[in-house]
Design a protein around this ligand. Sequence first.
Ligand code: ZN
Ligand code: ZN
Length: 527
Amino acid sequence: MKLKFLGAARTVTGSFFVVETGRTWFAVDCGMFQGSKEVRERNYQDFLVNPEQVDFLILTHAHIDHSGLVPKFCKHGFKGPIYCTEPTVELASIMLPDSGHIQEMEVERKNRKLTRSGKPTLEPIYTVEDAERCLNQFRAVNYDEIVQPAEQIQLRFRDAGHILGSAFVELWVTEPEGTIKVVFTGDIGNYNQPIIKDPSVIENADYLIMESTYGNRLHQSNLRRADMLRDVINYTMAKGGNLIIPSFAVERTQDLLYDLTTLYHKGELRTDIPIYIDSPLAIAATEIFRKSMACWDDETCQMHSSGANPFELPNLRFSRTAQESTRLNEITGRTIIISASGMCDAGRIKHHLKNNLWRPEATILFVGYQAQGTLGRRILDGEKLVRIHGEEVVVKADIREIDGYSAHADRAGLINWLKTFARFPRNIFLVHGEDPALSSLAEAIKEEFHVQPRIPSWMDEVELQPCALPAAVPQAPSLAIPEALLAEQLYLETRLRMNQMFQEYWAKGEYQKIIDCLKQVPAIYQA
Ligand SMILES: [Zn+2]
Ligand SMILES: [Zn+2]
């Protein structure tokens, strides 16, 4: 059987992997390319495989870089079922039409320019209607359930702990020479994330296709991020300004709500500070999170059974309509506004930035990845004058960042997850990453496990062979996850790094720095 890397190869976005067995063709993910203009151009080109020839499609999760070209795939002739988890179906049913709307708007703007210059106009990649139509092909599959999408092929989703509904895909493909087990990770989440469960243990794989986004980075510990959020809130409210948080609509906004609710129930959040969620997509996604209780982790279930709803606060308000959003422009201080897009290049957040960036008493808090070239990146990099809606705005607000909100495992998280394999994967392909991250993770894996991962390029094709020991098709759900063990390990590593910092400052006599550090990390300070 053959595996083709048609996206997310030596880049982060556009996940698209096609498998061709003797009698079946299928694809894992069908994501949109995002980022530089050159990469985005691929969204407009023909697929590198004929969609009519593909029998079924599997989605790891609803993020647009994994699902964003599904409406185009269907529009171009794909007629088969699309397998994913139930929350992925639900999230895709709001995210894909929203993406269709963005495509329509973008082309409308481009076409106005093209018409003025007398050039032929463009068609959107797909429309809201195309997106709504493709939803009929979605088929929900439970986590841990083995299904047979085609003869000789078995499929099982395992929780990937990345966003609601995210899954590792385990596939057993039986060919005349034997059974091959292939595992696609999609995106791998963090341990100890709020709301969703930790990444599952995968027992074995002949071939592992693994994400590498943060293969060269270590995140701040997510154990202390709620405390940091509280500090930024208190600081901004003491200054008398607004706290503006650019946030991704799905998962990030709900993680923030979870932390705000936790602070509220600990008595650490004032209820006279209004909190607005100003993004229709974020509001719809929060509704899906609220009802997907089967996917919640133990802490979230406990919180709920003790009478606290993780997405409900007395001072929380949702602004759905454009008028409600415009009204927020009149608020000059002591209010928290969470709005999208997360990287500030579109949507309602631009209005809030225009109204607050020039105010020294305001704070802009970044909680997500800011790609090169975006307005968010420029602000975070310290630009003092930015253009928003054709107007120059001076940056006088405080600019802060908390990176403990990442939904991706960092280098230590990825290595720790690999350690949970009972039998180590025989072959690893690193995808969904850019160069320093890919090569650095490959090196770390080689050093730790003595297996040299391969880094495929876009359009590479490899032949997959059965391994000497046949991969057994499991009949029952797997063993329990050593979650506590892994959490403890990560926690100790963080504390070790803090200790190193402490020693360094102590040696130089920089005592104030130590106090400042410890003040920010009460979870570590009290341990
Ligand atoms: Zn993702
Ligand atoms: Zn991704």
